[in-house]
Design a protein around this ligand. Structure first.
Ligand code: UGA
Length: 436
């Protein structure tokens, strides 16, 4: 099938590349000429495991192309995906100007039936807004369908999530669009995972509900962790104990230093805003955001308590900057809050992250130093702070760690190490929701 993907951000690129992989002919459209030229030359602008190979293969085999021309991109497409940014607007609600602008432009170009799919995370009612704006620009006699098809992929495992989704959600009331979407996603759900068809509004809300529910799970576990520390319990044990109940599930119960990234913070906030606009007081969401904000500073609070509130002149090693492993994404990363708090308290920081350092360098410049490897970050540091759970940090040479640090002190925001082992190695080891 011929497909157009408008917007080559994270979701657009993964969607376009993975759709090409099953034999579709995909044209990706972006207004950024430099980026398009870069991709035409085979350079992938984001880091995502497994994507590069598919990207190159599909370009080489002519199934994946890039253009700045919307008319060229959509000309022969049956389905047009809108994968455009929906940043938080001034009031916290999602800003739809990119999506609606593109919809208007597309409508003006259509000469035959096409399916317009909103892939970006958009508030309930967006499909209706897209339809309304298209109606204003569409030529007489040309029909189209607007479909909601939210994306549930996770950064770091996006290709796997796209190729084998737990489910595909499609919101449409148009029978022809429903058939086309079923045909398009057929190869991805061969193992029997469902394509769930529903109305557009339910589909739009499903995306926010999913992310907000997951964020709630995390904030809940972070509060349990904080309580564990006060009552002398261990959050890892509690996690195992409750996770064995299938109704709760084992996954996504890890306490830490709060959720970050480009999705959860934005989506929880947007859902809260949407509830408010609809005169509904969604109390849980406010608590989820509140707990997360506190949790992002939890590690620094522990550090500060250890040094009796005086961090001036102290030097800290940070392992991890990205908001989670297997990505270079630092948007809303707890590391940024931690660095900010440490620097404001008069401390200095030396950091290492396998992928995230360039992005932090671009943001903070010389404010912190960047190490070439995890051990180099430790030299002369008063303590090590673990911020992101990269595999690389899971089994370090503790003897070497101890000899490079000024003092054998570790604050672990991701609960990577066995407490007894750390005691045996002579470390002061403070983690989240476990005994010191
Ligand atoms: C999230 C969702 O998991 C995807 O399903 C969704 O498609 C995506 O947002 C989106 O809306 O685009 P992502 O932001 O890539 O994906 O990252 P996650 O792996 O879900 O992690 C989010 C945050 O939660 C991270 O900061 C992570 O450290 C934190 N987390 C996760 C915990 O603190 N504990 C956990 O047990 C799991």
């Amino acid at each position: 099938m011929r497909i157009a993907v408008v917007g080559t951000g994270y979701v657009g690129l993964v969607t376009g590349t993975c759709l090409a992989e099953t034999g579709n002919e995909v044209v990706c459209v972006d207004i950024n000429q430099k980026k398009v030229e870069m991709m035409q030359q085979g350079q992938l602008p984001i880091y995502e495991p497994g994507l590069e190979q598919l990207f190159h293969r599909n370009i080489a085999q002519g199934r994946l192309r890039f253009t700045t021309s919307l008319s060229e991109g959509i000309e022969e497409a049956k389905i047009i995906f809108l994968a455009l940014p929906t940043p938080p607007g001034g009031n916290g609600a999602a800003d739809l100007s990119y999506v609606l602008g593109a919809a208007a432009d597309i409508a003006g170009l259509l000469t035959s039936y096409k399916v317009i799919v909103t892939k970006s995370t958009v508030p309930v009612g967006t499909a209706d807004k897209v339809t309304a704006i298209m109606q204003q620009h569409i030529r007489e006699g040309v029909s189209y369908a607007v479909v909601s098809n939210p994306e549930f992929l996770r950064e770091g495992v996006a290709v796997e999530d796209f190729m084998k989704p737990d489910r595909v959600v499609v919101g449409t009331s148009d029978e022809r669009a429903r058939k086309l979407m079923a045909e398009l996603y057929g190869p991805y759900v061969r193992q029997g995972n469902p394509i769930i068809f529903m109305d557009e509004r339910s589909s739009e809300l499903t995306k926010y509900a999913a992310n907000s529910f997951l964020a709630t799970k995390i904030s809940f576990m972070n509060e349990i962790a904080n309580l564990c520390e006060r009552v002398g319990a261990d959050v890892d044990m509690v996690r195992k104990g409750i996770g064995a109940d299938e109704r709760i599930g084992r996954r996504f119960l890890f306490a830490g230093i709060g959720y970050g990234g480009s999705c959860f913070p934005k989506d929880v906030q947007a859902l809260a805003k949407s509830a408010e606009e609809n005169h509904y007081d969604f109390k849980i969401l406010d608590a989820v955001m509140d707990v997360n904000q506190t949790q992002k500073r939890m590690l620094v609070e522990k550090v500060s308590n250890y040094y009796q509130g005086d961090l001036s002149g102290k030097h800290f090693a940070l392992w991890g900057l990205a908001f989670k492993p297997e990505t270079d994404d630092i948007r809303e990363a707890p590391a940024l809050e931690i660095i900010d708090a440490l620097l404001s308290a008069g401390a200095t920081v030396s950091a290492f992250d396998p992928e995230g350092m360039n992005n932090v360098k671009a943001l903070l410049g010389e404010k912190i130093t960047f190490a070439e490897n995890p051990y180099a970050a430790l030299e002369g540091a008063d303590a090590l702070l673990i911020v992101t759970e990269w595999q690389l940090f899971r089994t370090p040479d503790f003897e070497r760690v101890g000899s490079l640090l000024k003092a054998k002190v570790i604050f672990d925001g991701r609960n990577l190490y066995d407490i007894q082992k750390m005691i045996d190695c002579g470390f002061y080891y403070n983690s989240i929701g476990r005994k010191v």
